[in-house]
Design a protein around this ligand. Structure first.
Ligand code: NI
Length: 174
């Protein structure tokens, strides 16, 4: 288990466009593993490679649903529909939150760690996580999209996490 340091805003690396992965090397597979370790350690639901200082198009997501850990290389949104509006946070901007309008459902295509093409459709929290993490690969932070953006008291942070878990549980039931 290797936890990498999460880059915090302000940092130029968070505002740059990440490069496509041309070849899945052992270093890329190690990066995927480390990114998941780092995300779980920080109690996050998603992490993009620029957040550990690496400008490559790689994301990991786990919203606690049946998909479990999603590792995706060169992810691309190929379809989106509907709309949702709700709170979002980011591991690179601890202690803050903002309400962001997102598509309610997205279909994302990319490669897994074996180089096999995978396509995943997600709604609600998973759709939000995909859009948030893919934005990171394009140097876009949610704060640029948020309709309101505010500092959260530490005691509310825990409640926010519980709400996200609840949302993931509700999706499972649907
Ligand atoms: Ni983020």
């Amino acid at each position: 288990m290797a936890i990498r340091e999460i880059v915090l805003e302000p940092n130029e690396v968070l505002h740059q466009v990440a490069e496509e992965v041309k070849e899945i090397t052992p270093a890329i597979r190690k990066l995927l593993t480390d990114m998941a370790d780092t995300m779980y350690d920080a109690d996050g639901v998603g992490l993009a490679a620029p957040q550990v200082g690496i400008l490559k198009r790689i994301i990991v997501i786990d919203v606690g649903d049946d998909n479990g850990l999603i590792e995706m290389i060169n992810p691309e949104i190929i379809a989106s529909e509907g709309e949702q509006f709700g709170p979002e946070g980011c591991l690179s901007i601890p202690g803050y939150r903002g309400d962001v309008r997102r598509a309610n459902q997205v279909t994302v295509k990319g490669l897994n760690r074996k180089g096999k093409e995978i396509t995943i459709t997600g709604t609600e929290l998973l759709a939000r996580a995909f859009q948030h993490e893919i934005d990171h690969l394009n140097g876009i932070l949610y704060t640029e999209l948020a309709e309101n953006y505010y500092e959260i008291p530490p005691e509310e942070e825990e409640q926010f996490e519980q709400e996200q878990e609840q949302q993931a549980t509700n999706e499972k039931k649907e």
